[in-house]
Design a protein. Structure first.
Lengths: 346, 573, 243
């Protein structure tokens, strides 16, 4: 192998790894706050990417209608939950968040699809749509299960993945799509070519990591999220709404998923089920990070991306197998490193 | 045998179903699939619901069972019945090999590890030449008894459902046995189980193998039912689906596995056959609806449908009890014991930079009650953990009857006659008081239930014997832990804050019990904060502060020791 | 009736088992009330139900408002606070963050004065403010749990077994602080095994047995009751036989 190929593979690996890092961080965040292993993270990627691609192609994405429908269900659930204490403020808030907001987004999406709005508008709309889906997903599927075991949450999570992937096929069809690049600029350094797109991948990943660090380390809401992760009852006794924490975690996760999707859809063709595989790689990084450590997850993601780049060059048939098999020795090592911890939870 | 009546009725109903007039063959096929799925789910109930080990890889074990018989019957022409033991063996051996790695994984790593090898094996099945790669193996002969060939779904039905019933009974018996209790104790963590001699890695491996063999049986039946085997039904998707089945039905219940199988198989079938007509849609409508229904079902009954249904039925009658008048073999007490039972010399424990126990020496004599007191974080519980082998000492020596423990594991320490309770109660909340206490008698073989009854009577909890341990107050749970520790028939009893949460009269009763035990020849080492209780009961008191022994002596001497007053008791005492 | 907390005919059940039956309770402003009783009598259950952790049947009003429709978080915001038996601290966060989160529902400006107040009550916490909560000693953890609750500026502080597992010298400290709280205008509902200490500091007391209040009154009267003395205090009054 010559250095050019090697450098190229490393660059490719880091670009993919950066995306996996974003997804891995989101998984760690959601797991810490809600104990949900977020299998549908991949669907957020798909939805984000294909919503953006559809809008750019002047088509109305089905996800916008999904957001409205889920908002209606969430509205119903909110009313049911608060039926003993219905007040004007409560209903007004429920209407605003669950009905008005998604409706506005839907209207804007229709307008944008018809008038071919610019890249920035489409990105903003795609993010808004997927974020709404994410928050409502927590409200509808996971909030009622918040007190159950990790296993039950995981099974529910798989259920959500199945439903959302099926909906993805319904909305976007079996054909792959591509979206317009965010940035057209490109330059070369030595034998390496940097596209604006891959640079924005790096920039946004780094920005997100710093943003999360600032959020969790220095803001009250960030600390409240961490507190919910550490001790749910303790958080409630301090007056922190754990359901709100869960919704914020899902909001961040869906935003991260959608951004990842929007970042890669100009580079690769995405199908309705591509997101799942991409999400799995982020998942591997998150596992290596023990579903706990953010920095370790980010490093592991870069490693996964690089291993994948090299194995797809040398043994493309076995690309997935190699990445997954990598996991077993890592798991063993991590178990040996922290063996005597008692798991007191059921 | 009133308890078995529902099972007999169920067996009769299942036997009658194929003979019902106008029974559509389609429903028989469905029932066959339910039975196959139930077998795997039952293994998962034991592994995941009871033992707490979540596995996504069960489908791979079905694959081992199916491919073994497929190769042996098609290539070597061996009779299907002869391949049954081979199929079970191969699944079992695969489980041993994978299990040796898997059960060593802790926490979330374990289920994730099963995903990893589940995916790996799926790819392997599809790549191996002699397994027919992705096309698999076809032309597998049907099962046959004499001239009766089980070709149609209605005849193999009996083989499948006979297996389901037999395995269900076997599984329930296993759960009720000594091994079963050890397995049920696993879910609450390994420390308590190990303190009573349970070899936790072995117990985990046993459930792992058992679940794999059940899956292998299902795979063997599947191969002769479909008369073909290919990788698809043994992949990750199937592995996740088996877990669905167990969780939806109720992961802690044997019949939950069967019910879950029925729900999931029928649901999928109905959705696949009717939904396209109803909605005229294309795409994966059935997956969407299946996913949504699954989430809805979990919200309705998060612990599974089976326990949800059972909660509508009246409570079960009490179980049979062992006869307590029988004699129990007692521990052989060495005649002419030396005066010192437990000797701790310069014990030291360091966690990273923190020295939790620093050069502590003291001993416990025969027939003596010694109290270990000191502020929280003084190293009292750490000392307990060093004695019982939960932690290995960084230095010093601990010996029992003059014999050095040399960092023996908890399972060995308990064999020497040292048993303990825990500061944070470690009982299995959904097991009855009797079952929890019986874990203490793990090393006493089948006499366990009898020993447990005796000790529960002794501590005065006979009235609560059938209640789930989790429903008792914290104070009572501590007493249950003492009964469990007494089941070992110990020479030395280590009690970590036994009186916390007891009221005055209960404390007096506990003190009386401990004195009686001492007079019967037992020694007691206890950690306790209630100074009234300690000073009244103990023969000697050892005071720790910041990991160091600051005083030792009779209660009277300790009460007036200026250093103890300054560090611990304060002026008020 | 100007009671701060007013509970009438409260029932709490675990499934089909009633752990608390027909209990009525009243706490005025600036008052320390204690509930004593055997373990398993239902004291912790009652506190958890008042806080909203367990479902409570019965009427409960707090500071004039009906609590029935309030979630735990809203009760905190309304000025009701619980320091639970297991303390429920944020073990992997430092003392300061724990305290800051205690003031999650109060305005930022007020949180500042709350900090000062807590650090004055518990100078030890100020010394350790950058230390992780999980590494504190038992006594310091109890102080932190109380401090976190006080950060929310509660009108009523409910303490579940604050002395559990602590050295006698620390227990004396904690009880002194409880007395200081009353002086600063906070009412305290105290559930305590250490009946002697609890009755000494409380204004009024309730005695709970098998899920019901069997006796209530001024703390001094309750302490003088011979049955209470025999089963909770561990001595009999002179010249009288116990039970």
């Amino acid at each position: 192998m010559n250095t050019t190929i090697m450098l190229f593979l490393i660059q490719d690996g880091i670009t993919n790894g950066a995306i996996y890092a974003l997804l891995g961080l989101a998984l760690v965040l959601v797991f810490a706050v809600t104990r949900v292993i977020l299998i549908p993270q991949g669907e957020f990627v798909t939805y984000g990417a294909l919503t953006y691609a559809s809008l750019s192609a002047g088509q109305m994405p089905g996800t916008a209608r999904l957001a409205v429908a889920m908002g209606a269900v969430a509205f119903f659930l909110d009313l049911m939950a608060a039926r003993r204490s219905l007040g004007f403020r409560l209903v007004a808030r429920a209407v605003a968040v669950n009905v008005v907001l998604p409706a506005i987004v839907l209207a804007l999406a229709m307008w944008s699809a018809a008038h071919r709005a610019g890249v920035a508008v489409n990105i903003a709309l795609s993010l808004a749509i997927v974020a709404a889906v994410g928050v409502f997903l927590y409200r509808i599927a996971f909030q009622p299960l918040a007190h159950t075991s990790v296993l039950v949450l995981l099974i529910a999570s798989v259920g959500c993945h199945l439903a959302m992937q099926g909906l993805g096929l319904l909305f976007f069809g079996a054909e792959g799509q591509r979206g317009p690049p965010i940035m057209d600029a490109a330059f070369s350094a030595g034998s390496l070519r940097f596209t604006g797109q891959s640079l924005s991948v790096y920039a946004i990943t780094v920005a997100f990591i710093i943003g999360l660090w600032l959020l969790f380390g220095f803001t009250l809401y960030g600390k409240a999220l961490r507190a919910t992760a550490v001790n749910r009852l303790g958080a409630r006794l301090a007056g922190i709404r754990t359901s709100l924490s869960g919704q914020i975690a899902f909001l961040l996760a869906s935003l991260i998923g959608a951004i990842s999707g929007i970042l890669i859809v100009p580079i690769t063709t995405l199908y309705y089920d591509t997101g799942f595989l991409i999400g799995l790689k982020g998942f591997i990084a998150a596992i290596i990070g023990g579903l706990m450590s953010y920095p370790l997850t980010a490093v592991a993601a870069l490693l996964v991306g690089t291993v994948e780049a090299f194995s797809s060059f040398y043994a493309s048939n076995f690309k997935e197998v190699i990445v997954f098999t990598l996991l077993i020795p890592v798991l063993l090592l991590r178990s040996l490193a922290a063996p005597a911890v008692e798991e007191e939870k059921d | 045998m009133a308890a078995r009546l529902p099972v007999v009725i169920f067996a009769l109903v299942m036997a009658a179903i194929p003979h019902l007039p106008h029974m559509p063959p389609f429903w028989i096929v469905l029932l066959d699939n339910i039975g196959l799925s139930a077998l795997v789910a039952m293994g998962l109930v034991l592994l995941t619901g009871v033992g707490g080990l979540t596995s996504f890889g069960q489908a791979a074990f079905c694959g081992f069972g199916a491919y073994t018989t497929a190769v042996l019957t098609t290539v070597y022409g061996i009779s299907p019945w002869l391949t049954l033991p081979a199929s079970l063996m191969v699944s079992g051996i695969a489980a041993v090999l994978l299990g040796l790695v898997t059960v060593r994984l802790s926490g979330h790593y374990l289920p994730l590890g099963t995903i990893a090898w589940g995916l790996g094996l799926f790819y392997l099945f599809g790549k191996l030449e002699f397994l027919g790669r992705n096309d698999g193996i076809s032309g597998i002969p049907p099962l046959a008894i004499g001239s009766l060939k089980m070709i149609d779904p209605g005849t193999i039905y009996y083989a499948i459902w006979f297996s389901v019933l037999a395995c269900a009974l076997l599984t329930m018996n296993l759960l009720d046995s000594r091994t079963g209790r050890a397995i049920r104790a696993l879910r609450r963590g390994h420390i308590a189980a190990e303190a009573f001699g349970v070899q936790t890695p072995r117990a985990k491996l046993i459930v792992f193998i058992y679940a794999a063999v059940l899956a292998g049986l299902s795979g063997w039946l599947y191969a002769h039912f479909q008369r073909a085997a290919n990788p698809t039904p043994f992949g990750a998707q199937a592995g996740i689906e088996y877990l669905f089945v167990a969780v939806v039905g109720g992961a802690g219940y044997v019949w939950g596995g069967v019910l879950g199988a029925a729900i999931v198989v029928i649901l999928k079938e109905v959705l696949q056959s009717y939904l396209p007509y109803l909605l005229h849609g294309e795409g994966q409508l059935e997956t969407i609806v299946f996913g949504i229904l699954l989430v809805g079902l979990l919200q309705l009954a998060p612990a599974g449908v089976w326990p949800w249904l059972m909660s509508w039925l009246p409570r079960q009658p009490d179980r049979k009890r062992p006869d307590t008048s029988l004699a129990l073999p007692a521990r052989a007490r060495t005649a002419g014991l030396p005066n010192v039972l437990l000797q701790i010399e310069h014990a030291r424990k360091q966690f990273g930079g923190v020295i939790a126990v620093n050069d502590v020496s003291f001993d416990v004599g025969v027939r003596e009650i010694v109290a270990l007191i000191g502020p929280n974080g003084a190293g009292k519980s750490t000392t307990f953990n060093l004695i019982t082998g939960v932690l290995t000492a960084s230095g010093g020596a601990i010996s029992v009857l003059g014999k050095k423990l040399a960092n023996a594991p908890p399972q060995e320490v308990v064999k020497l006659g040292i048993s303990r309770t825990f500061q944070h109660v470690k009982l299995v909340p959904d097991m009855s008081v009797l079952e929890n206490v019986a874990i203490g008698a793990h090393l006493r073989g089948n006499a366990g239930a009898l020993a447990s009854m005796r000790q529960i009577e002794r501590v005065g909890l006979s009235d609560q014997i059938d209640q789930p341990a989790g429903s008792l107050s914290l104070g009572q749970q501590r007493i249950v832990e003492i009964a469990r520790a007494l089941c070992v028939d110990p020479m030395l009893l280590l009690l970590d804050e036994p009186a916390a949460g007891l009221r005055h009269m209960e404390k007096q009763r506990l003190a009386a019990l401990l004195r009686q035990l001492r007079d019967g020849g037992m020694s007691v080492l206890l950690v306790e904060h209630d100074m009234g209780f300690v000073m009244d009961l103990a023969d000697r008191v050892v005071v720790l502060d910041f990991g160091t022994k600051i005083a030792e002596g009779t209660p009277a001497a300790i009460k007036t020791d200026p250093e103890v007053i300054k560090a611990y008791l304060g002026a008020a005492a | 009736m100007s009671a701060l907390l007013h509970l009438t005919d409260g029932h709490v059940a675990y499934g089909k088992v009633e752990a608390v039956r027909s209990v009525s309770l009243e706490i005025a402003g600036n008052e320390i009330v204690t509930i004593i009783g055997a373990n398993g009598a239902g004291k912790t259950t009652l506190l958890n139900a008042i806080m909203g952790i367990l479902p409570l049947k019965g009427r409960v009003s707090f500071a004039g408002g009906d609590l029935a429709r309030f979630e735990i978080e809203d009760r905190v915001a309304a000025g009701l606070s619980l320091v639970p038996e297991h303390r429920e601290l944020f073990a992997t966060m430092n003392v300061e963050d724990n305290l800051e989160l205690g003031a999650f529902r109060v305005p930022r400006a007020q949180a500042k004065t709350s900090f000062e107040r807590v650090y004055t009550l518990f100078p030890r916490l100020k010394e350790r403010r950058k230390q992780l909560a999980g590494t504190l000693s038992g006594g310091e953890q109890q102080m932190l749990a109380m401090g976190r609750a006080l950060m929310g500026a509660p009108k009523l502080l409910m303490l579940d077994e604050p002395s559990l597992g602590l050295a006698p010298i620390i227990v004396a400290d904690i009880f002194r602080t409880i007395g200081e709280l009353r002086a600063s205008g906070v009412s305290v509902l105290l559930v305590e095994q250490n009946a002697q200490a609890a009755l000494k500091i409380a204004d009024r007391a309730y005695v709970m047995e098998l899920g019901e209040f069997i006796l209530s009154g001024q703390a001094s009267e309750v302490a003088a009751n011979q049955r209470v003395a025999a089963s909770y205090l561990g001595f009999t009054h002179e010249g009288e036989s116990a039970i």
